[in-house]
Design a protein around this ligand. Structure first.
Ligand code: NAD
Length: 442
């Protein structure tokens, strides 16, 4: 056991919403310069706690310490980026007859943040930083399995001088605390990251009061490898594109679509990479992949191997205690197989071959999801054609990159709606108001 914490219930959610509502008027009225300064101070304070937060996150979620360090580095960058926002929340002046019209951005109000267990603090700060920058106050409900870094964040925010009631954390179950946030009349918006199934429930619940909602949901992203690609580079990158965070990543490229003519060569190169992956103790500096989050998750992931599928090769995983699961490559896989259609959220990748660009695009789009993906080719025109045709919110060419602080991130189709990060995230945490000032008799 890492730590024992009290389980919050709906009364604590109500209290937190009341505190957030109480803090809203003064936080939203703070001058843009003062709000920017408060966020910069928070970033600076977080910087002094990076190693502590990384170790806590690695234990919290069982993730490799090297990954946790990377995620915590981005926390500071994110708060610094959005510290620039309060003074740049610009409006428009619009020519109209009889006067002058212009727009201003208002905060939405009290925002409920509901987050998953795979990137516990990362996904929270993607929401916290733009929400606070825009003048909202928040109630954050972390996932039941991973509340520790969110709770520590709230303490650090208080030490950094963020006023009481602006950031509230309620660690409790989704079905009680999460649902109460969705139904609470004092909450103006829900920013949710999690499964498509729970996202659907939240959208339904929020419809009752026309609450604003943004949803970052599941994925089934494709890693498309064309015959003209630098196959070695593609094979080096492919394992961590799906096995990073033990495959518990919404951006996991869990379908490798490879051009038929280079399939065997690519699999050979991939095998060497997968077999050399270092799977083990999350706190070991050399570990690339830790265990799965829970026994339940291991059961879910294992169920995909009970289908009629063919294992091409696997990496290794430690024996003994821990929810270990060896990185697994399935080939050949048909697009109709369950493993090619459902989000696995574990270290299994399906290799599917295609012939020609048109079929690659058709296969990449043959999914209800549309979050991320990669294209490997040395033909620049093809890369751009395919990038435009694939229905996902983010796509990288000759790279695994999905997330940067300054670029928008979010899904097409059932991967959700709304965008996080970049300037677009501010749209999700502001309302546009039009003001008309009469200059002539009406
Ligand atoms: P989940 O949907 O089970 O839970 C997410 C959060 O919702 C948790 O805090 C949970 O307590 C809460 N919740 C559960 N039921 C609720 C309800 N009825 N009302 C309100 N809140 C409720 O997801 P998870 O298992 O924690 O995370 C894995 C999922 O998250 C995967 O599908 C993954 O793809 C997705 N995810 C998406 C992104 C993205 O940015 N698109 C990022 C990370 C994870």
């Amino acid at each position: 056991m890492l730590e024992e914490i009290p389980r919050a219930g709906v009364e604590q959610v109500d209290e937190a919403v009341a505190r957030a509502g109480g803090a809203l008027p003064s936080w939203r009225r703070l001058s843009p310069g003062d709000r920017a300064r408060a966020l910069r101070d928070l970033a600076e304070n977080l910087e002094g706690h990076l190693e502590e937060l990384a170790v806590l996150e690695a234990r919290n979620a069982g993730k490799a310490i090297s990954d946790a360090r990377g995620e915590m580095g981005m926390v500071v960058e994110t708060f610094r980026y959005y510290a620039g926002a309060p003074e740049r929340l610009l409006g428009d002046t619009i020519p109209v007859s009889g006067g002058q019209a212009f727009t201003v951005r208002e905060p939405v109000g009290v925002v409920g943040l509901i987050t998953p267990w795979n990137f516990p603090l990362t996904i929270a700060y993607w929401k916290l930083a733009p929400a606070l920058a825009a003048g909202n106050t928040v109630v954050l409900k972390p996932a039941e399995l991973t509340p520790l870094t969110a709770l520590r964040f709230a303490q650090i925010a208080a030490e950094a001088g963020i006023p009481d009631g602006v950031v509230n954390v309620v660690a409790g179950p989704g079905r009680t605390c999460g649902q109460r946030l969705v139904e609470h009349p004092g909450v103006a918006k829900i920013a949710f990251t999690g499964s498509t199934e729970v996202g659907r429930t939240i959208a339904r619940g929020a419809a009752e009061s026309i609450k604003r909602v943004t949803l970052e949901l599941g994925g089934k992203s494709a890693n498309i490898v064309f015959a003209d690609a630098d196959l070695e580079a593609a094979a080096v990158a492919a394992p961590m594109a799906v096995f990073g965070n033990a495959g518990q990543d919404c951006c996991a490229r869990s379908r490798i679509l490879v051009e038929e003519s280079v399939r065997d060569r690519f699999l050979e190169l991939l095998e060497a990479q997968v077999k050399s992956l270092r799977v083990g103790d999350p706190l070991d500096e050399s570990t690339q992949m830790g265990p799965l989050i829970s026994a339940g998750q291991r059961e879910t992931v294992s169920s995909f191997l009970e289908d009629d599928v063919e294992i091409a090769f696997r990496g290794s995983a430690p024996e003994g205690p821990g929810f270990w699961f060896a990185p697994t490559v399935l080939a050949p896989v048909a697009l109709t197989d369950r493993v090619a259609r459902e989000e696995v959220f574990g270290p299994i990748v399906a290799v599917i071959s295609f012939t020609g660009e048109a079929q690659a695009i058709e296969m990449a789009n043959d999914t209800i999801y549309g979050l991320s993906g990669s294209i490997w080719t040395t033909d620049g025109a093809r890369a751009l054609r395919v990038a435009r045709a694939v229905e996902t919110g983010v796509l990288s060419i000759n790279s695994n990159s999905s997330v940067r602080v300054s670029t928008p991130f979010g899904g097409f189709k059932q991967s959700g709606y709304g965008r996080e990060l970049g300037p677009h995230a501010l749209d999700a945490y502001t309302e546009v108001k039009t003001i008309f000032y009469a200059t002539e008799e009406q």
